[in-house]
Ligand binder design. Structure first.
Ligand code: PLP
Length: 396
């Protein structure tokens, strides 16, 4: 160890975060996810998890996980490509492919890794990537890892994207257009028809990250490709099992040759052990549940419409959302974090989000709605937001 404090810069960085009101206090849940959670021994209304359908503590999923432990044990014992592929993994992959109406799918540890797995296999040095400026961090990191040249276009601006594609028309290498289906901070959606049209015209590979579309959009929550009716026109669909599906894991769905290639060359698939049997079984139960009924998805959308309309009536700006992700736009990071603190004092858990996750001056409370919220829960939330909004003078 050096005599000098070589990690002193960490203190400086942390201090800067505190000074800018950007230090994130990580709350600890003392029990399962649900409409209400226990934090510091108190019940709090949960408005910030990705548990869209309430499956994170669903009894059927829990039973499936317990049975899988009895049958397969607790760990996969190896990476998938050596001895860690169990029949519960392959059954999950077949079922996910059916759910997404694709030829095949492959599951990895998490959604983040799914992007790190597939993007560097699609493009490499000398190739081009076109990436929406608000794409998720895991897409950005997957793009960087590929060593392709990255061209970032303004959020949702397919005209600007087309201009770039025209400029690069003579490019010899491969080209990839990659977008979030639903943007996780604003809740707005990519126009996949326009993207598919452009990719077909300019010979690009098209890819969507459907992390916030699965369980939310499309028939039975099968995702944005179904919702926008572009089946067969998007080359690569990436998804996560950690949000609406309630457990953890990531996957890539598409043509069988793509899945074969990932299983041969995808680095997180080859060099990191995969889902535990319990996770695979819980995910399988979640997908089967969605395929059998769209009741939970309907309930999620009922809650979404009710909450968003009520908040707008009260005078809050809910941004550009088209989905259950509901940003309550508050401007400066200090205002948003103080608002969140006051909500917490009133037993509402809704975290503020500031720079660098969202641009400066666009800090917000991001409310995540769920099928498990009751009308009383939502009324309580709206009333509390209204009271604090008036106290802080942030209402229109
Ligand atoms: C758009 C998007 N992609 C990928 C991920 C990563 O998913 P996971 O939590 O399964 O790693 C997230 C999670 O925040 C996300 O919002």
């Amino acid at each position: 160890m050096s005599g000098k404090d070589v990690l002193s810069f960490v203190d400086d960085r942390l201090e800067e975060l505190h000074e800018a009101s950007l230090y994130n206090e990580i709350r600890v849940l003392e029990g399962a996810q649900g409409a209400w959670v226990v934090i510091d021994g108190e019940e709090k209304l949960n408005l910030c998890s990705n548990n869209y359908l309430g499956l994170a503590a669903d009894e059927d999923l829990k039973d499936a996980a317990k049975e899988a432990i009895d049958e397969f044990g607790v760990g996969p014992g190896a990476v998938r490509s050596i001895a860690g592929t169990m029949s519960i993994h392959t059954e999950l992959e077949r079922t996910l492919a059916e759910f997404k109406q694709c030829e095949a799918s492959v599951v990895v540890q998490c959604g983040f890794n799914a992007n790190l797995t597939v993007i560097p296999l699609l493009v490499g040095k000398g190739d081009l990537i076109y990436s929406d400026e608000l794409n998720h961090a895991s897409i950005i990191d997957g793009c960087r890892l590929s060593r392709a040249k990255i061209r970032v276009y303004p959020h949702l601006d397919t005209d600007a994207l087309e201009k770039m594609l025209q400029e690069d028309a003579d490019h010899e290498g491969r080209k990839l257009v990659v977008v979030d289906g639903v943007f996780s901070m604003d809740g707005d959606m990519a126009d996949l028809r326009a993207i598919a049209d452009l990719c077909e015209t300019y010979d690009c590979i098209s890819m969507v990250d459907d992390a916030h579309g699965e369980g939310v959009l499309g028939s039975h929550g099968s995702g944005i490709v179904d919702h926008q009716d572009v089946h067969g026109r998007i080359d690569v669909e990436m998804g996560t099992l950690s949000k609406a599906l309630g457990c953890v894991g990531g996957f890539i769905a598409g043509e069988r040759r793509l899945v074969d290639f990932i299983q041969q060359r995808g680095r997180p698939f080859l060099f990191s052990s995969s889902l535990t049997p319990a996770e695979a079984a819980a995910n399988l139960a979640a997908v089967k549940k969605l395929m059998a009924s769209d009741e939970l998805v309907e309930k999620l959308w009922d809650n979404t419409r009710y909450f968003q309309e009520s908040m707008r009536e009260v005078g809050f700006d809910t941004g550009k959302t088209q989905t259950p992700i509901t940003p309550i736009m508050l401007g400066e990071a200090g205002v948003a974090s103080e608002f969140s603190r006051r909500l917490f004092d009133r037993n509402i858990f809704a975290q503020s989000i500031g720079f660098p996750t969202v641009p400066r001056g666009e800090a917000r409370i991001r409310v995540m709605l769920s099928a498990v919220h009751s009308r009383e829960d939502l009324d309580f939330a709206v009333e509390s937001f209204r009271e604090i909004g008036e106290e802080m003078g942030v209402l229109d």
